[in-house]
Design a protein around this ligand. Structure first.
Ligand SMILES: *Cc1c(COP(=O)(O)O)cnc(C)c1O
Length: 402
């Protein structure tokens, strides 16, 4: 199945997770070694050393998103951050303001937290997205009522890479006096985020989507206007009572380093990724008829491409190309048999949704890898289509194939 043990498949699934940057690994290792102290130990050198490292990391995370360090709370990742934001605010304002607004293409951990709030008595409006993947700002404005406490809209969609207009959404929310939360798991280190300029009150991020390790993330909670959240965990009151539990100092250090690198990468990496992504798309389009681009190309992170190949199933393509690691939709939904709810939300038929591949190019992707992937996909998709045609299976695309 896999090419062989030495030559590993080409990795084009950087939305599922990113490899840890070697500089991040170097930064964190000493905190698994001799710098092992508990950052909450206040009585000796070991604790102070770990504390200092954790606080530097907090500053690095804050700088990445334009926040103040004391507005950054460490969590285990974006799933926890999203749960804390939505449940925390819902429970804090329960009975006073019980309405939230979100959208249908959110990550499952946002949607499921909202479903939870509905079971606890809140009401939620789920905005539709257009074929481009964007929400409609007029629909958002109409959805906000006097009872609305929170709007939660993701910055970058994890399957189609669509960037929502956060500055406009933030301005609207501020004007209407509602809090804005955003799941920025796919955005940090990929596009510039400034929580103050964008009027974002609460933001979720996670290290393993921008070259840090799994299991560490953060929640930004703004001080002006002050957002109050009910914590999810009971315990020692760490993180200013927002998130009890001993901070994993090595992971915090890694998140900080990943944030520092992510900020620096904003200068050149987007252009490099965009060029490779456009080259990949161009090669596929020239060689293969019947390609559908899913979502707007104009509002997309540079490392993302999501396309459907008429007449072939994504699972058949992936089985034929085990030497290229891509996915069809999100890592979470690939466990289930359902086609992507996000692709159906932007208007795709079940057939087209089931023939879509998500490409995620990243910091360590090379132009040679992209060309290899394009060669292999073009060869195997052409072969799969030819096989279908030879077997007399009618598909729309086959009429167009010469
Ligand atoms: C990966 C991801 C998450 C979940 O993050 P974890 O840190 O893995 O819990 C949430 N939202 C989006 C958009 C993601 O891409």
């Amino acid at each position: 199945m896999i090419r062989d043990n030495k030559k590993r498949p080409i990795y084009l699934d950087n939305h599922a997770t990113t490899p840890v940057d070697p500089a991040v690994l170097d930064a964190m290792l000493p905190y698994f070694g001799e710098k092992f102290g508990n950052p909450h130990s206040g009585t000796h050198f070991y604790g102070w050393e770990a504390r200092e490292a954790v606080e530097l990391a907090r500053e690095q995370v804050a700088e990445l998103i334009g926040a103040a360090p004391d507005e950054v709370y460490f969590t285990s990742g974006a799933t926890e951050s999203n749960n804390l934001a939505i449940k925390g605010i819902g429970r804090m304002y329960r009975g006073r303001k019980d309405h939230m607004v979100s959208c249908v293409s959110e990550h499952m951990c946002v949607l499921d937290s909202l479903f939870n709030m509905e079971r606890e008595g809140a009401s939620v409006t789920y905005l539709d997205v257009g074929a481009d993947g964007l929400i409609d700002l007029d629909a958002l404005a109409d959805a906000i009522t006097d009872a609305t406490i929170l709007v939660s809209i993701m910055t970058v969609q994890n399957e189609i890479g669509i960037i929502q207009p956060m500055a406009e959404i933030g301005a609207l929310c501020r004007e209407r006096g509602v809090f804005l939360h955003t799941d920025a798991a796919q955005a940090t280190g990929k596009i510039t985020i400034d929580v103050k300029a964008m009027n974002i009150d609460i933001l979720s991020l996670t290290a393993h989507k921008y070259y840090g390790p799994m299991g560490i993330g953060a929640l930004y909670v703004g001080r002006k206007p002050k957002v109050r959240l009910e914590p999810l965990f009971s315990g020692g009151g760490q993180e200013n009572n927002m998130r009890s539990g001993t901070l994993p100092a090595p992971l915090c250090v890694a998140l900080g380093k990943a944030s520092e690198l992510g900020l620096a990468a904003l200068e050149n990496e987007p252009a490099r990724l965009g060029e490779m992504r456009d080259h990949l798309l161009g090669r596929l389009q020239v060689a293969l008829p019947g390609i559908h681009i899913n979502g707007s190309m104009a509002h997309r992170v540079p490392g993302n491409l999501n396309v459907s190949f008429e007449g072939v199933r994504a699972e058949d393509i992936m089985a034929a190309v085990p030497d290229v690691a891509v996915s069809s939709g999100s890592a979470c939904s690939s466990a289930s048999d359902e086609s992507s709810f996000v692709l159906r939300a932007i208007g795709l038929s079940n057939d087209l949704a089931e023939s879509s591949l998500r490409f995620g190019l990243g910091r360590f992707t090379t132009a040679e890898e992209v060309d290899y992937a394009a060669d292999r996909l073009i060869a195997e998709i052409s072969r799969l289509r030819q096989e279908k045609q030879d077997a007399g299976i009618p598909t729309r695309i086959l009429d167009e194939v010469k």
